[in-house]
Design a protein around this ligand. Structure first.
Ligand code: ATP
Length: 236
């Protein structure tokens, strides 16, 4: 799953065509179906050959205490989420750096590690509308197009203020995606309240959350799952 994995190398040898690649950064605390849907739909709409998920270590714009799961736990969850999709890979460059990293620093490092001709940095449209608060936004846009994943009916004029401020504004590409009202914050809250998050996160992520008792989740389900598997295997 790391850079240079067999999964990734398999496309390097594929011949012909412009290789469009997406970079999807996030805290992923935890990764959820909202993330998976935009990765899939942006890749489908733009014809991306691969999406590289880059879980952040310590986000520069948030206090360290705002990140609830460890970097390794968040990484494991992202790896589990993409495991059944050969077009999705995970890169640990930010996690390994062990320090806050800005996207303008991360993007060139990722581009150095993978083959690609056209690069797209994937973000939610609401995040893109805050682009002026990011570090060196014009420099970032010089290195990669930026996808603003919008919900249907999103008023694109919400991004108008960027047009005057950014030389490379035209490198922002809105892509309409199905609206999925899930946030990591709400998932963590549900877990603290003892509520189910099954189907809000990919199955493998659900298992890790309960196996490791992340976000205050009960670990009881691990035993239940084992019992279910055992009783299931007896029947076959
Ligand atoms: P939190 O609730 O902790 O702020 P989050 O759910 O927004 O987390 P992040 O890891 O911060 O998750 O998000 C990574 C990227 O995914 C951001 O660009 C964000 O805008 C986008 N994103 C997150 N959730 C959704 C969603 N449900 N639909 C579309 N984009 C999303």
């Amino acid at each position: 799953m790391r850079s240079g994995s067999a999964k990734w190398n398999s496309i390097i040898s594929e011949g012909g065509g412009v290789r469009k690649v997406g970079i999807f950064g996030g805290t992923f605390d935890p990764i959820h179906q909202g993330h998976m849907v935009i990765a899939e739909q942006v890749a489908d709409t733009l014809g991306l050959r691969r999406v590289i998920f880059v879980p952040g270590g310590v986000p520069p714009h948030k206090p360290p205490t705002s990140v609830k799961a460890s970097a390794e736990d968040r990484l494991s969850m992202v790896e589990a989420a993409v495991a059944d999709n050969d077009d999705f890979v995970v890169d640990r460059v930010e996690i390994d750096s062990g320090r806050p990293m800005y996207s303008v620093e991360t993007v060139p490092l990722v581009k150095d590690r993978y083959e690609g001709d056209e690069w797209y940095f994937i973000t939610g449209a609401d995040e893109v509308s805050n682009l002026l608060s990011w570090r060196e936004p014009d420099n970032l846009l010089a290195q990669t197009a930026m996808v603003a994943a919008t919900r249907p009916g999103y008023d694109i004029s919400n991004l108008d203020h960027l047009a005057e401020a950014l030389e490379n504004f035209e490198k922002i590409v809105p892509v309409e995606c199905t609206r999925v009202e899930i946030s990591a914050t709400r998932i963590r809250r549900r877990l603290v309240e003892g509520k189910s998050v099954r189907y809000l996160v990919p199955d493998g992520v659900f298992e890790i959350i309960h196996d490791r008792g992340l976000y205050g989740a009960s670990v009881v389900r691990e035993d239940r799952r084992s019992e279910e598997k055992l009783s299931g295997s007896k029947e076959t």
